[in-house]
Design a protein around this ligand. Structure first.
Ligand code: ME8
Length: 670
């Protein structure tokens, strides 16, 4: 019977456009799925979007759209991007799809019927950004995950009896394969050992979610809704025989890949929900680290994202795939930079695999009319050929072992060690010099050298295919070998390159990237970021908060339970009238102005992203509104001490807030 393999990514929130952090997880899963297919497994690879909850409802509101319109748009962007990148997912689930909604409600019913759900009242703190109940927090406390100030929630909820699962979960973690890597497993074990409280699994103060069956005043907690995607997508809860069949075949998942910040949801709540429903738990939850950019986690709220499209436009998907899997030690955080990307591309792809392919195939074209030559088993075969064959065999073994342990970087390194060995072999054996001679020994030696190089190239290419599907498929065609996807990796071994194979047309696969590639990508990202207007940053990151211009106050406050804030909350924000004394452009920053503003008690330096809307000279002498009690931040190496308040119309330029009547400098707005 064919072995099955089911792999999932998290389903991504639709409050932010995809960036290379999301691409990292998706690429990793795609690579694993492709290798599994080449190993003969019946593979199902699932990704999708997480579209319900208060965070999405608010983001849609802010964008002036209905939540559904908003979700349609951003979910569409994820799908378009994955398609453009050639991601081989077998399905894409959206939590707003009817199939998910119905099956999710069925799961809720099952949990309720089995006695694991009861009604109660929740009073406590909630982080909307992480959609997380923060146990033990007091009003005004920050979220332990993102640092934003939590909101107080007081509402009637349904609860899940999580406390009943402490021992069962600890027994589950005894299996070291269940949570990977080990560090994450230890964190989860100590969290569960410290005691589990029942978990609220519904909300009743907003409506953007799946209604609780038979009690539609409540919507199902977005994390229960979202986690269920992994089973609803493959047929759980469906009445159709085909769907039931698929569920039976593919569940439990073999690998559920996530980023490290959502380990608790996947390793504690998720298996508890499944056990309560009487379902098997996944075989492995695998958590990777974060992609950092400019030294902090790449995320929309920090405004430090890199879009995948920029890299696709300039270097292509394979370059990004290779870089992420080779450069980042899986499980740990890894830094992204355009410099490092281009450097890796040139050294490993243009000069490494690309160069080996083009020099080997070009010489076969030149000296053997484009047909794979017959190696000699006689005198012209030396120990050097045996050494390459042995290295190739070892690489096949090592690559498989390391890859299956999620050590992608080391697995790739093994293939590149083979490429380096073949390069050295070519240099030492000088096929170009042999090609100049016409005697039989030289011809025979040349055939042996080029066959050996081509065979090693074939093996390296087959192994690297899941990592770089597009480029390796091209090399495969140039080798005259047809469809690389059909290769059976179980049977891959030295000596299978058919003699006399007619090569395809030879083209360079990785043209060298020059320095301008870095500048081009940086420029594209700068343009995309636009003026330095960002969403409010985490309160925790006090040294790096908020933009110099914002339409809304950037100090986090705790809304009362109906989403409104109290007067006390508002009074935390110190808005004052300021007078612009100096205004000038910031060199090499198209959008930024440096302002000196008198606020009555002192003159402040504030940097504002308004250079495209206001010429500096028109601002001097103007009265503006500033947020005076904002923690200072550095922009372009200069301190910005406060923030100017401006309206930021969607798609338009910022407009400064001002007064029709005269007001004294330093007056407080309240
Ligand atoms: O958490 N580095 O969605 P999300 C590495 N909807 N990976 C990153 C990353 C970064 N800087 N940024 C994002 C959610 N990711 C929930 C999941 S699942 C039932 C519900 C990747 O849009 C990484 O996989 O915030 C992370 O876990 C995921 O995107 C978070 O995506």
């Amino acid at each position: 019977m064919t072995r099955k393999f089911y792999i999932t990514t998290p389903i991504y929130y639709v409050n932010a456009r995809p960036h290379i952090g999301h691409a990292y997880t998706t690429i990793t899963c795609d690579t694993i799925a492709r290798r599994q297919r080449m190993l003969g497994a019946e593979t199902f690879f699932l990704t999708g979007t997480d579209e319900h909850g208060q965070k999405i409802e608010r983001a849609a509101q802010a964008a002036g759209k209905t939540p559904q319109q908003y979700a349609d748009e951003i979910s569409g962007e994820f799908r378009t991007l994955w398609k453009r990148m050639g991601i081989s997912n077998d399905d894409f689930i959206r939590t707003t799809e009817d199939r998910h909604v119905k099956r999710m409600q069925e799961l809720f019913r099952v949990l309720r019927d089995k006695g694991f759900i009861y009604k109660g009242t929740y009073t406590g703190q909630y982080c909307v950004s992480d959609e997380l109940y923060v146990d033990g927090a007091q009003p005004g406390d920050p979220c332990p995950t993102c640092g934003r100030i939590t909101e107080t929630v007081h509402e009637e909820n349904y609860f899940f009896k999580l406390s009943a699962f402490q021992d069962k979960l600890l027994a589950l973690y005894a299996n070291p394969e269940f949570i990977r890597p080990e560090t994450r497993r230890n964190e989860v074990i100590s969290f569960v050992k410290s005691g589990l409280r029942d978990q609220s699994i519904s909300r009743s103060t907003f409506s953007w979610g799946i209604p609780v069956p038979d009690d539609p005043k409540h919507v199902i907690y977005v994390w229960l809704d979202a986690l269920a995607n992994y089973i609803t997508a493959i047929g759980y809860g469906s009445k159709h025989a085909g769907a039931q069949e698929a569920f039976k075949k593919f569940w439990p998942a073999d690998v559920q890949m996530i980023g490290k910040e959502i380990v608790r949801f996947h390793c504690v709540y998720w298996p508890a929900f499944l056990m309560a429903a009487g379902l098997p738990v996944p075989k492995a939850i695998v958590a990777h680290g974060w992609l950092l950019f400019e030294e902090s986690k790449m995320s929309k709220s920090r405004g430090n994202i890199v879009r995948t499209e920029t890299i696709l436009d300039v270097l292509g998907a394979d370059a990004l795939r290779y870089f992420l899997l080779r450069e980042v030690v899986f499980g740990q955080d890894g830094s992204f930079s355009f410099d490092a990307l281009v450097q890796r591309y040139n050294s490993d792809l243009a000069n490494g695999l690309g160069n080996l392919a083009s020099r080997t195939l070009t010489m076969i074209n030149r000296y053997f009319k484009g047909e794979v030559p017959y190696p000699s088993h006689g005198a012209s075969k030396t120990a050097a050929e045996d050494a390459i064959a042995e290295t190739a065999r070892k690489t096949i073994r090592e690559f498989g072992t390391l890859f299956d342990q999620f050590q992608f970087s080391r697995a790739i390194e093994a293939v590149w060690a083979l490429i380096a060995a073949v390069d050295k072999y070519i240099v030492e054996n000088e096929p170009w010099a042999l090609g100049e001679r016409q005697d039989e020994d030289s011809r025979s030696r040349l055939a042996t050298v080029l066959y050996t190089a081509a065979e090693a190239l074939r093996i390296g290419t087959a192994l690297a295919h899941p990592v770089m599907p597009e480029a390796t498929a091209k090399i495969w065609t140039q080798l005259g070998l047809g469809e690389i996807m059909k290769v059976d990796l179980n049977a891959l071994t030295w000596g299978q390159l058919p003699l006399g194979t007619k090569l395809g047309e030879v083209h360079p696969v990785f043209p060298r990237a020059d320095k301008s590639a870095i500048e081009r990508m940086q420029k594209m990202e700068e343009q995309e970021r636009g003026p330095a207007v960002e969403e409010a940053a985490p309160a925790k990151a006090a040294a790096t908060p908020v933009a110099p211009v914002a339409a809304a106050p950037a100090v986090s406050v705790a809304p009362a339970s109906d989403g409104k804030i109290t007067i006390d909350d508002f009074s935390k924000i110190e808005l004052r009238v300021g007078l612009v004394k100096v205004a000038e452009r910031v060199p090499k920053a198209d959008k930024l102005l440096r302002l000196e503003i008198d606020i009555g008690t002192e003159v402040r330096q504030i940097l504002a992203g308004i250079a495209e809307a206001y010429a500096p000279e028109t601002l001097v002498g103007r009265k503006v509104v500033i947020v005076a009690n904002l923690a200072p931040r550095k922009l372009r190496g200069m301190e910005s001490n406060g923030m100017i308040v401006a309206a930021s119309p969607e798609g338009g330029k910022p407009v400064l807030a001002g007064f029709l009547e005269d007001v004294p400098v330093g007056a407080r707005l309240k």
